[in-house]
Write a protein that binds this ligand. Structure first.
Ligand code: DQA
Length: 144
């Protein structure tokens, strides 16, 4: 199984940005964690982060015909981007939404998730472990 892991704006600032909310581990730590659990689970992975909405849309489109699923943390674009929602719908790959923080317990503007409308599952508030939970969920779908 091949999975694309996508992270949106400011996720490259993990470890620096609001550590009380997002923790002290860095984006490099997150990448290393993803690579290590993917190896353990026998998943081939591609990992991409961008601060630009269009670059995320391009990466979703490029996954079509190439990847078996998408794990996406669209970060702030979660709450604003119809373009990312449409891209996920366009490629039709099973996608799982991940948030490091417990978005449901945060500000009202974070209560809408456009990307989530095209996702089969959401894991929020589990820190980095949410990415592994998402990968395991996609793996379980494939084995069904
Ligand atoms: C986030 C939650 C979003 O609301 C926020 O804009 C982010 C990160 C998370 O992983 O908890 O940048 O997606």
């Amino acid at each position: 199984m091949k999975l694309l892991f996508l992270n949106g704006p400011n996720m490259n600032m993990l470890g620096i940005r609001e550590p009380d909310i997002y923790g002290r581990q860095t984006y490099a730590d997150l990448e290393a964690y993803i690579r290590s659990f993917c190896q353990e689970l026998g998943i081939a992975c591609e990992i991409f982060q961008s601060n630009h909405e269009g670059a995320l849309v391009d990466a979703i489109q490029a996954a079509w015909g190439k990847m078996d699923g998408i794990v996406i943390n669209p970060a702030a674009y979660t709450h604003t981007s119809v373009a990312i929602l449409d891209a996920l719908k366009a490629v039709g790959l099973p996608a799982v939404e991940v948030h490091v923080s417990a978005v449901s317990e945060r500000e009202s503007f974070r209560q809408v998730s456009y990307a989530g409308m095209a996702c089969v599952k959401t894991f929020a508030g589990h820190g980095f472990a949410g990415y592994r939970m998402a990968a395991e969920y996609l793996l379980s779908l494939e084995k069904r």
